[in-house]
Design a protein around this ligand. Sequence first.
Ligand code: 0O2
Ligand code: 0O2
Length: 225
Amino acid sequence: MPEWNQFLEPYKQVVDELKVKLKGIRSQYTLEDVHTPVEFVTGRVKPLASIYDKTLEKGIPFEPSQELATELPDIAGLRIMCQFVDDIESVVKILRLRNDLKVIEERDYISNKKASGYRSYHVIIEYPVQTIKGEISVLAEIQIRTLAMNFWASIEHSLNYKYESELPAEISLRLERAAEAAFRLDEEMSLIRDEIQDAQQYFSAFKQTATRRYGKNKKEGGRKK
Ligand code: 0O2
Ligand code: 0O2
């Protein structure tokens, strides 16, 4: 176990650092008062049980090693959720331009959805981590998807887990229909994207004015006493 902790430690650091950095993209857009392609960011280090399952699938030894690090590029996993399908391309462009990470592979499961119905854009990156023994480079996977794609993937993942990937026909059919519905939802939202963004900007401006007014009233209330 101690050797697993040691092996996984840099991955924890990568997830923590990248969460801060990727959330930073959202803050910068928000400050400029323009639509942000990043809705929210999550991250995790792959649990040991999932690492174990993957080693069985790939036929490699379940032990901390360079082979494991290369064969499983998603031990450090980040997920960026977007409102609109077009936002995904904007995020990928931002990632390609960054100097603090190197995009080494892209998998487009949006243009080429998986047989399961899964849609998402995966980017494998190489990321330098500073350790007490010097700099090491680790792989991480960034999954970029819309909220609708994320909703479907989370539900499908739980169902597959529950039925150990042997889904009853009825559930498979429902999932297929749900995947189509999620696809249509993304399409519909894209069609009214400008309308939605206007509304969001209006709402954000309203919230700021309301906050300022509330702050002022509180002060005035204080003075009257
Ligand atoms: P905020 O202010 O809520 O936006 P940690 O617990 O420190 O390891 P973190 O980031 O808190 O890390 O947790 P995690 O699980 O990696 O990411 C969860 C973040 O995603 C939280 O944001 C949630 O609010 C946000 N989130 C989850 N689901 C949704 C959703 O459906 N819509 C939106 N907009 N956000 C969601 P933060 O970082 O706590 O900040
Ligand atoms: P978890 O629990 O998220 O860690 P490869 O063997 O390299 O050819 P691999 O490893 O399947 O293919 O890579 P791929 O296809 O890029 O997918 C890696 C991750 O994408 C998965 O990690 C899932 O998170 C997600 N994913 C891929 N296909 C599906 C799918 O059909 N449904 C759902 N819900 N998620 C999917 P893990 O390790 O499988 O799972």
